[in-house]
Design a protein around this ligand. Structure first.
Ligand code: SF4
Ligand code: SF4
Length: 457
């Protein structure tokens, strides 16, 4: 039985621009890729190559630190530089710049394993780690960390093919074109955490994908496909769990705390490629779309390809875009430098015309209509959070649970005053994290001084 989640909106889909275009490798590879050393949560990787080194596709170029995931070369060629470069996360990031030799020479360590049936769950997790697989949308959480924490605790493994955000169709095309890797990856993920099977959730606006995944799953009964009526942000982890199981992930807790694990269809496919084909995560499917482009397309591009190159492959601009986003219109982040590279988590490059964005009246004062509260899927109070965050009252903002905000953008979408609510909450979350980190550091120092004093006595 399906349950419901609170709030949500139904924005226009605009998926027709690309849903019929197969995802093909780039017609022309980029002459250079810029691979940031951080494409995941936690610490950045340490580069293990230097200027002048020859590299091959799939070769390790960044060793993970902390809970990170390693990073591999996405083209073969010569390392031109290891230096900070602008990246999609904002600001600069230490990056490995590779001049492409257009040979696509694979790293010899990448070997097709063929039959993976004999692998244990621990072996699967170790391969996923070595291949640098991370969540392929959102924050890019390293998949091996997610899996390690879920072993033996999961009764519901959810493979997320909802793709509820407007414009984006890369997961749709993946489910149509390589449904075998999605289903195969789901089985590997289930084995890795000791789950009996998986449910693959797909919105009903993708009937061909539902049909294909069902046929790929066959009659073994371990993989179930669950169609979902379209509603945004149904593909968000907590909302998907609520829909499929009726369980609510408490504030500050993880899906595994309610015996669930959610991975996207793209992550499942990347796991399959890592385990069966022995391939590190070096490429991804990207929807390059928006009415500003001559030919919106789905593409398979090396990680590190500049956004400007993908725009060129989509025929360039037919009109000046009002804005370019990495991601969809609801959760995407604006790109101010078109030479920033795509990363492991980049599922869409969206080039919006002024018409698509609509009339841009300046923001007005809040009229307290309460619509933002009605649509917030996390049951937050965006208007009060904004009032406090706007005055840098961080304790009050935190007490209103701003840290639970999933940045879905529903409040922005509905707000008649056109207030930049989600941007305010993003900044507030950053400020609160910094404040808490400083307080923790101070506490540690005080404790250290205290311990020294006790020793002296
Ligand atoms: S939707 Fe906008 S105008 Fe209405 S209460 Fe929320 S912040 Fe205020
Ligand atoms: S407050 Fe956060 S979670 Fe709630 S609607 Fe706005 S962006 Fe989404």
């Amino acid at each position: 039985m399906l349950h419901q989640f609170f709030g949500g909106v139904r924005p226009a889909e605009h998926k027709d621009l690309t849903e019929q275009t197969p995802a093909l490798p780039l017609a022309q590879a980029p002459a250079q890729v810029v691979i940031p050393m951080s494409m995941h949560t936690d610490d950045a990787c340490t580069p293990v190559v230097a200027e002048g080194d020859e590299v091959r596709v799939g070769q390790l170029i960044g060793e993970s630190n902390g809970l990170g995931a390693p990073i591999h070369a996405s083209v073969s060629g010569k390392v031109l530089a290891v230096e900070p470069r602008p990246y999609g996360g904002g600001g600069m990031m230490l990056s490995v710049v590779i001049d492409n030799d257009f040979q696509d020479a694979p790293c010899p360590e990448q070997k097709h394993r063929g039959n993976s049936a004999g692998l244990t769950g621990a072996e699967i997790i170790s391969i996923v780690k070595e291949a640098g697989v991370t969540g392929m949308g959102g924050a890019g959480f390293p998949t091996h960390v997610k899996l390690s924490g879920a072993v033996g605790k999961v009764d519901t493994l959810i493979i997320n093919g909802a793709e509820c955000e407007p414009y984006i169709t890369s997961d749709h095309r993946l489910m149509l074109e390589r449904g075998d890797t999605v289903v195969g990856g789901a089985r590997l993920l289930a084995k890795a955490v000791g789950a009996k099977g998986a449910v693959i959730a797909v919105e009903t606006n993708k009937p061909d994908a539902i049909e294909n995944i069902r046929s790929q799953a066959g009659g073994e009964g371990d993989i179930r496909v669950q169609p979902l009526r379209t509603r945004y942000p149904q593909g968000a982890e907590k909302q998907l769990i609520q829909m499929l199981t009726g369980r609510q992930v408490p504030s500050g807790k993880l899906p595994v705390d309610v015996n669930c694990l959610v991975c996207s269809v793209a992550t499942a496919a990347a796991v399959w490629e890592a385990v069966v084909e022995g391939k590190a995560l070096t490429r991804r499917r990207v929807t390059v779309t928006g009415a500003a482009l001559v030919q919106p397309l789905n593409m398979i591009a090396p990680i590190g390809t500049p956004v400007s190159w993908l725009i060129k492959m989509a025929g360039g601009f037919q009109m000046e875009p009002d804005r370019v986003l990495l991601g969809g219109p609801m959760m995407g982040t604006p790109v101010y430098d078109l030479d920033v590279p795509i990363m492991k988590s980049t599922n869409c490059v969206l080039c919006l015309t002024p018409d698509e964005i609509g009339k841009q009246d300046p923001a007005q004062a809040c009229i307290r209509c309460g619509k933002c509260v009605e649509v917030c899927p996390m049951k937050l109070t965006p208007l009060f959070m904004r009032m406090n965050a706007g005055k840098c009252r961080w304790e009050e903002t935190e007490a209103l649970h701003v840290m639970d905000c999933i940045e879905c953008g529903c409040c922005n979408y509905i707000c008649p005053a056109r207030l930049p609510l989600v941007q305010t909450f993003r900044a507030a979350k950053f400020a609160i994290r910094e404040k808490n980190a400083r307080a923790k550091e101070r506490d540690a120092q005080v404790q250290e001084v205290g311990e020294k004093e006790v020793t002296v006595e």
